[in-house]
Design a protein around this ligand. Structure first.
Ligand code: ADP
Ligand code: MG
Length: 303
């Protein structure tokens, strides 16, 4: 099969591993920098221009989008163009967009009955106290909507601190959400790696001493973890609600069971393959072998 991997950098661990796994299985992988693609609209035959080439329907059997958070807008437009061409995309553009928007995904998860930390959001600072009360008071967590890798996630230990941080963020017109602090998670979270409706690997990430954010980019460490049935089913439900075939579902272990924090549509392969010793890239390619067919995209670039 001809597999396009949309990635800005072919040297990244995740990109390299996907290329390797595809080659091992006799496929023809190709890394395409989605920011260098351009598209014509208004013609009957959708296509994608890339450097001096033109991709047409049928040129690829499958697309693996690895769209970084900072280029979601353009990256998903490229995925949508492939969908319009009838090319199978392992994660659909609408699903990627849905999961990237922290407000939209929080609302969807809560509507579908997936456990999440108590979360509130507001646009104007009229009633900061009410907002703080809504999530049960301090300590609480304040998150910048466009943050990733732990940057923009703040723990306010007192009500005074919460008030001033919320006012500061609102003052510079940043979009934020406010969340109850799950203290009993103890600076750890669990990354469940989902491929095609199965949790195929899971790791626990633990923050370094004195830190509550367990992101590997913030110095967290990863180890193998055994999931409870409730955690497994929460992760699967979250992946279904988002409509993602491949995703990393992050959850916190709380006194009232697993609480989903976020669903990542381009989860890194490095930490999870290292801590679980599993061939996660290979399982993604296996899934494509079984499922990639032309014109299978549910939305065909409509959403
Ligand atoms: P990002 O998108 O930047 O990774 P997250 O929402 O995943 O932001 O938060 C980063 C980390 O902070 C999480 O992995 C977790 O360890 C910690 N964290 C986030 N929210 C909470 C919370 N409500 N309670 C306790 N810890 C939290
Ligand atoms: Mg995170």
């Amino acid at each position: 099969m001809k597999i396009a991997i949309l990635s800005r950098n072919s040297k990244l661990y995740s990109t390299r591993r996907l290329v390797e796994a595809a080659l091992e299985r006799g496929h023809e992988p190709r890394v395409i920098d989605h920011l260098r693609c351009f598209m014509d609209m208004g013609t009957d035959n959708p296509s994608i221009h890339y450097k001096d080439e033109e991709f047409r329907p049928g040129d690829f059997d499958a697309v693996i989008p690895r769209i970084g958070a900072s280029v979601t807008f353009y990256g998903t437009a490229v995925v949508r163009q492939f969908e319009m061409m009838g090319t199978y995309c392992i994660n659909e553009s609408v699903a990627i967009t849905r999961s990237r928007d922290k407000l939209r995904s929080t609302q969807l998860l809560s509507r579908k009955g997936v456990g999440i930390p108590v979360t509130a959001f507001a646009n104007s600072p009229d009633d900061v106290n009410g907002l703080i009360r809504e999530v049960g008071g301090a300590p609480l967590v304040i998150k910048l909507l466009e943050g990733t890798q732990g940057i923009g996630v703040v723990l306010a230990e007192t009500k005074k601190a919460a008030e001033s941080v919320i006012q500061a963020f609102m003052g510079v017109k940043s979009n934020i959400l406010i969340q109850e602090f799950i203290k009993e998670a103890g600076g750890s979270d669990i990354r469940c790696f989902v491929v095609g409706g199965k949790v195929i690997a899971a790791m626990q990430r633990t923050a370094p001493p004195g830190e509550f954010r367990s992101n590997l980019h913030r110095g967290g460490s990863a180890q193998l973890v055994k999931l409870t049935p409730a955690e497994r089913s929460a992760a699967l439900k979250a992946s279904k609600v988002m409509g993602l075939n491949v995703c990393g579902v992050d959850l916190l272990r709380s006194e009232r069971g697993p609480l989903i924090m976020e669903v990542n549509s381009s989860p890194g392969l490095g930490g999870i393959e290292e801590s679980t010793k599993k061939d996660v890239a290979g399982m993604i390619i296996d899934f494509i072998e079984k499922n990639a067919k032309p014109n299978k995209t549910k939305t065909r670039g409509k959403g």
